[in-house]
Design a protein around this ligand. Structure first.
Ligand code: C2E
Ligand code: MG
Ligand code: MG
Ligand code: MG
Length: 287
């Protein structure tokens, strides 16, 4: 009977797996026309420099599927990558973010993520230069975020690419630092302006001594190398206060704001001028 039960469970499991797979295939098929149909849009999440001044926004891509609703990038970007669509989608995201950034206060930066396929694309640096030109945005207002996974391949070309981008005047951030391999040779060899500490180390900062030690060390490491540090995924006032005390340069996370559509930025900026330093928030436990 137990065996029979197990078999039934297995059958049910397979059926739901199949549904998931079918949905993925449906999604994959509609991804091919999503760009043409104008189904992408960008949400922006503020980057804040203590005490409470906004210095820019990270651009986060969204896909509004006509039937399935809003699909997160974690789901469709890997599909776009394997189907060879990410280069065009990424170019759209870059141009759209730069255009929208032109409507913000002129010292605000815009951070755009580059997937591995986009970064390794032979025409990347020309494209970036052309986009800056076309949109008329100052190069130092654009930050490009790449993850370490991008750097695992083709190291010499990667260094060339990064140096060319630096020569254009754009800023480079190392995203999700601390996950993947976190090889310190990347920090020695590549010209990053900023290290973004992955939210994995931020989410339990109040309760985990190890996370505190790691975050403190990454901040010291970055500063020692002349790089700035952004903490991602800051969700509580306590985390913000602690990071501020440890001289973290910029914070990003739900505590400050979730990503928002471009149309909401104006109202957000008007209301978000409270000069409340993070350090004034109560810190319940000694950290
Ligand atoms: P990422 O670049 O590390 O972006 C940060 C992610 O953390 C975003 O997820 C953001 O919404 C989320 N986040 C921000 N604050 C908090 C917080 O306080 N708590 C939690 N739990 N999460 C927070 P999202 O928007 O789903 O994006 C996921 C990833 O997709 C991004 O990670 C980035 O790697 C990629 N991505 C997004 N837009 C683009 C794009 O235009 N091009 C490329 N190539 N990749 C993109
Ligand atoms: Mg990012
Ligand atoms: Mg990140
Ligand atoms: Mg990430």
């Amino acid at each position: 009977a137990a065996k029979e039960d197990g078999r039934r469970r297995a059958r049910r499991f397979n059926r739901s797996m199949l549904m998931v797979l079918e949905q993925r295939e449906t999604l994959r098929r509609s991804l091919r026309t999503a760009l043409k149909e104008g189904q992408f849009f960008i949400e922006y999440q503020p980057l804040v420099q203590p005490p409470f001044s906004i210095v820019g926004f990270e651009a986060l891509l969204r896909w509004r599927h006509p039937v399935m609703g809003i699909i997160p990038p974690g789901l469709f970007i890997p599909m776009a990558e394997t189907d060879g669509l990410m280069s065009d989608i990424g170019q759209w995201a870059l141009e759209q973010s730069c255009r929208e950034a032109m409507t913000w206060p002129p010292h605000f930066t815009v951070a755009v993520n580059l997937s591995p396929a986009e970064f390794l694309h032979a025409g990347l640096t020309d494209r970036i230069a052309q986009t800056l030109d076309l949109v008329g945005i100052r190069a130092d207002r654009l930050e490009l975020e790449i993850t370490e996974s991008v750097l695992l391949e083709r190291t010499i070309n990667n260094l060339d690419t990064l140096n060319t981008l630096k020569m254009l005047g754009v800023q480079i951030s190392l995203d999700d630092f601390g996950t993947y391999y976190s090889s310190l040779s990347y920090l020695k060899n590549f010209p990053f302006d900023t290290i973004k500490i992955d939210q994995y180390f931020i989410k339990d900062l109040e309760v985990d001594n190890k996370s505190q030690t790691i975050v403190r060390s990454i901040i010291a490491l970055a500063h020692g190398l002349g790089m700035s540090v952004t903490a991602e995924g800051v969700e509580t006032a306590e985390q913000a206060a602690w990071l501020n005390k440890k001289a973290c340069d910029r914070l990003q996370g739900y505590f400050l704001s979730k990503p928002m559509p471009a149309g909401r930025i104006g109202a957000f900026l008007r209301k978000f001028t409270l000069p409340v330093p993070f350090g004034n928030f109560p810190i319940p436990k000694p950290m």
